[in-house]
Design a protein around this ligand. Sequence first.
Ligand code: NAG
Ligand code: NAG
Ligand code: NAG
Length: 352
Amino acid sequence: MIEKVQVMLTAKFACFFFFLALILFGSFGVTNADCQWNQTNVVCTEKTSEDPLKKIPAPKTLDTIIVHNAKIDLTDDLFNNDQKLSSVSLLDLSGNKIQRIGRRGFDKTQNVEFLYLSNNSIKQSQPDPFMSLGRLKRLEMNNALGGDFEENEALLRNLFHSNNDFADLSEIQLNSNRIKSLHPKTFCGVKGLTRLELSQNNLENLDFARRCFKDLKGLFMAANNISTIPQDIWDFMPSLSSFDISNNPIHCDCAIVELLKADDVSFINQGNTFCASPPELKGKNVFELPNDFCKSSKSSKGYSFFNFLILALIAAAILYLYRNYRQRMSSYYSKTVVGYQNIEPNVQPEFV
Ligand SMILES: *[C@@H]1O[C@H](CO)[C@@H](O)[C@H](O)[C@H]1NC(C)=O
Ligand SMILES: *[C@@H]1O[C@H](CO)[C@@H](O)[C@H](O)[C@H]1NC(C)=O
Ligand SMILES: *[C@@H]1O[C@H](CO)[C@@H](O)[C@H](O)[C@H]1NC(C)=O
C-alpha cells in the first residue's frame, strides 16, 4: 500500500513524506517489526525473533546498540554485513537468551567501552571471547551465567585469561550468578580492575591470588557464604577503600573483628553485617561488638603469655642456681681431691 503511494508521488512529495516520517517516528529514522534505528542508535526492545540485528543495515556511524528480549548467538556475527562498526561504544545485550559467546560476536565492534550482558544464560564460551575488546571499561554480567558451579568457574577463568590485558576495564559486575568458587587467578589478567562486584553468589572464601589486586578500590561480596577474611587482605589489596561483606555468615573471632576495624576502608551495609558464630555471638552486628571484645580476649591471651614468661624465668633461675650449686660442689670435690694429690708429693718428703 505504502509502496504504491510512494511510486505515484513525485520526488518533492517523497521528500515531504520522508520528513513527516522523521517527525512521526521521533528521533528514529527507520523502524521494522523488531527494531528502530537511526544513524547512531539501534534499539530492539520488543519481543523479537532470532538475531534481530541481522535484519537491518548497520549504519557505519552507529554508537549505541541495545537489544532485549531476543535470541542471540554471540558465536556468530551480530550484523549481516562485513563492515567494522568502529564507533560503537555501548553494546547492551542484556535480557536476551544468550547461551554461547565467542570472539566473532564482538569482532565488528572492537571499540566497545560498555558491554552489558546481564540477564542471560551463558553456559559456553569459546576461547578468549573478549580478545578484541581492547577499550572495554565496564562489563556487566549480573545474572548472566547459566551453567552449574564448575562450568561457571571454568567459564569465568576463560573470559579473563586473555591476550587482551583489559588495561581500561575498571569495573566488572558478576552479581547473582550462583558462583561457588573462582580460580584464584580469575581476575589477574584484568590490569585496569578497580571495582569488582560479586554479591549474591555462593562464594565461601576470598581465596584470591596475591599480587593481582594492587589497584582494587571496591570489593562487593554481599550475600555470599563467607565466614572469614584472610588476615593479609589489606596487604594484598592495599588500595581497597570500599568493602561490602554484609549478609555473610561471619565467624566473629578476635582476628576478624580487628580486621574490620581498619579505618581507611569504608564498610558498606554495616547494618546488615552479622556474626553467625560462635553461638554466644550469633546474630550480633559485627560492627557493634563491645569495644573490649578484642581487648579482653587479647589481654587474657597476654596474661597467659605473661604467666608463661614468669614460669619460664623461674624455671631458668632454678636451673641456673642448681647448675651453679652442682658446679661449686663438684669443684669443691675436685679441689679437695686435687689438693690431696697435690699435697701428697709435698707431704711425702716429710714422711721420709
Ligand atoms: C537517534 O536516536 C537516539 C535515541 O532516541 C537519539 O538520542 C539521537 O539523537 C538520534 N540521532 C539522530 C542522528 O537522529
Ligand atoms: C535483570 O532482571 C532483573 C529481574 O527481572 C531486573 O530487575 C533488572 O533490571 C534486569 N537487569 C538488566 C540490566 O536487564
Ligand atoms: C556454606 O558453607 C558451608 C561450609 O562453610 C557449607 O557447609 C554450606 O552448605 C554452605 N551453604 C550454602 C548455602 O552453600
